[in-house]
Write a protein that binds this ligand. Structure first.
Ligand SMILES: [Zn+2]
Length: 475
């Protein structure tokens, strides 16, 4: 049955690729979860010229004659997933961050960047292979905005991309790691005085950034007032430039300052304290997006432990989507062990692994509180960081949201429509509605029963082109 299906699918792909506007595809028999909380049993989705022209019951959507029909009974359809926090400029291993483990002899940073720029499609492939059809790149060098992987995405072999570009930060901006060569470009822009902040926001506007992102770590007591005020200035400048302000602030105090500065999106969770009413009020007043990243921290810890003990760690890539070049690096953590210089003992590494398995209860509680208050919550992985792999990391992130207490239907909306809204692309994708692009995925198991069933991905349709998951595998 499956074999036959693949054959039909291949034929359909050819015909769609050369088709004109009247080309029609019909998906029938599946349970259709629309991304807005709705479910249609034995649903029908009609696709015409890359767009959804009907979605509903068999009586609401008659299959037009001449349509290529795919019977998907016992399957489940949702919109394509949206990862609201990725970094094209990071690999998914410790080589991709010069501030992680410095090992230029093993992985020269400029070379890593050159490889990333030469083949950004590896991430597009990995996303589609995992069921992701849109990503928000919330930090990277200028090239993450200006290269074609981010500007030429209106095609079925790429996902939608919005990119914020270099981060404005007081931390490390003048550090030697960020005095990078021509190939690498700066990932961080300083905020040590008002003049440079003005110049940096103007630069972001000029290169076409989708947002102004500030990496706002907890300042020392002496610099608190100065940096709080400067964040307020960045907020004002972003507003004038017509760009949303995105802030990395994992402390409750810093997150409140960010919201007062006008932040429209908080990347990461508040993780030092339980959020209070003042925070909720600020979040709702701004209608700001709360984008928790629940698994990236433990992935970092696992990666560091793997390097410390010099043994590879299990990679969570159920559908074979991760690029071989990256896998080669991940399975050889011992290459980085000398560079770690014994900073983590074997005993400590084992403790770290245990820590990585613990429930992040403050982050979970804050997600529940923020969600219950009616805030705009999205699914976000921070993909590109060590072991938070472009593509498959979306599964463990959604599973963590479920462990925190959200229901599968709530998570599906956060991981589709809400993400598209956060990216500003909800008018064209993010839910299964007439007029939107046919960006959708198919599963063999019901994701309403367990969000982990997103792992049972069988097909991915981007811009109306249906592919089997096995067609998209890279390994
Ligand atoms: Zn990030």
């Amino acid at each position: 049955m499956l074999k036959k299906w693949r054959l039909v699918s291949a034929v359909a792909l050819c015909s769609v690729a050369t088709a004109s506007a009247q080309n029609l595809t019909a998906l029938t028999g599946a349970t259709v979860l629309d991304g807005k909380g709705g479910a249609i049993e034995n649903g029908v989705v009609i696709i015409s010229d890359h767009h959804i022209s009907c979605v509903g019951s068999t009586t609401e959507c008659k299959v037009p004659s001449g349509a290529t029909q795919f019977n998907l009974s016992k399957h489940f359809i949702t919109p394509g997933l949206v990862d609201s926090h990725v970094h094209f400029a990071q690999t998914g291993w410790i080589d991709g961050r010069p501030d992680g483990i410095e090992a230029p002899d093993v992985y020269p940073y400029d070379e890593t960047v050159a490889q990333l720029r030469a083949n950004p499609d590896r991430w597009h492939k990995s996303y589609l292979c995992s069921g992701i059809t849109a990503v928000y790149d919330v930090g990277g060098a200028d090239w993450t905005i200006t290269d074609s992987h981010a500007t030429d995405t209106d095609r079925p072999d790429r996902v939608h991309v919005r990119a914020a570009g270099p981060l404005i930060t007081y931390a490390s901006a003048r550090n030697r790691f960020f005095q990078l060569g021509e190939a690498s470009q700066a990932m961080f822009l300083p905020m040590d005085n008002d003049k440079e902040v003005r110049a940096n926001v103007a630069h972001l506007k000029k290169i076409g950034a989708a947002a102004v992102k500030v990496w706002f770590l907890k300042p020392t007591a002496e610099r608190e007032k100065e940096l709080d005020n400067r964040l307020m200035l960045v907020g004002e400048l972003a507003r004038k430039a017509g760009l949303p302000l995105i802030v990395h602030s994992t402390g409750l105090r810093e997150a409140k300052v960010a919201l007062r500065a006008g932040a429209k999106m908080l990347v990461h969770s508040v993780e030092d304290k339980l959020v209070d009413q003042e925070f909720i009020d600020l979040l709702l007043k701004n209608d700001a997006v709360y984008a928790p990243t629940l698994v990236v921290g433990s992935n970092w810890t696992r990666a560091m432990a793997a390097v410390a003990i010099g043994k590879p760690i299990e990679v969570d890539d159920p559908n074979g989507c991760v690029d071989n070049a990256i896998m080669d690096r991940i399975i050889h953590p011992e290459l980085l062990t000398p560079a770690l210089g014994g900073r983590i003992s074997a005993t400590r590494a084992m403790e770290l692994l245990e820590d990585a398995g613990r429930t992040p209860s403050v982050m979970y509680a804050n997600l529940r509180t923020v969600f219950a208050a009616g805030a705009h919550v999205v699914t976000a992985t921070d993909a590109g960081n060590p072991l938070t792999l472009h593509g498959p990391s979306i599964y463990s992130e959604m599973e963590a949201m479920q462990a925190a207490g959200l229901t599968p239907i709530q998570i599906i909306t956060a991981a589709t429509l809400k993400g598209a809204e956060a990216m500003g692309i909800a008018s064209k994708t993010g839910s299964l509605e007439v007029g939107k692009l046919a960006d959708l995925i198919v599963m063999t198991k019901d994701p309403r029963k367990d969000i982990a069933n997103f792992r049972s991905l069988s097909h991915v349709m981007r811009k109306g082109i249906l592919k089997t998951q096995s067609d998209l595998k890279v390994r």
